[in-house]
Design a protein around this ligand. Structure first.
Ligand code: SF4
Length: 74
C-alpha cells in the first residue's frame, strides 16, 4: 500500500504521488510519460497532476507491482 508519508520528494504537489518503495520497473512511466517522470535513481515520481487523465493514472496505479503509486497524497 502506498504511503503518503514516504512520498518521493520530486512529486508535483497534489493528490497523486509515488512513494519511495518504487523499484524503477518503468511500468508507470511507460504508461504515461506525461504524468510520471524518473529521478536520478530512475525511481518514478508524479511529474504533473493531470486530472483529465485520471483513467490512465489509475491504470498505472493498478499496474505498479509494488503498490508505490497513490492517489491521496495531499
Ligand atoms: S510502476 Fe511502480 S515500481 Fe514501477 S516505476 Fe512506477 S512506481 Fe516504480
Amino acid at each position: 500500500m502506498p504511503d503518503p508519508r514516504s512520498r518521493n520528494p520530486n512529486n508535483a504537489p497534489g493528490p497523486w504521488y509515488v512513494d519511495t518503495t518504487c523499484v524503477a520497473c518503468d511500468t508507470c512511466t511507460d504508461i504515461s510519460p506525461e504524468i510520471f517522470g524518473r529521478d536520478d535513481a530512475r525511481r518514478a515520481f508524479v511529474r504533473e497532476q493531470r486530472p483529465a487523465e485520471a483513467e490512465l493514472f489509475l491504470f498505472a496505479l493498478e499496474s505498479c507491482p509494488v503498490e508505490a503509486v497513490g492517489d491521496n497524497g495531499d
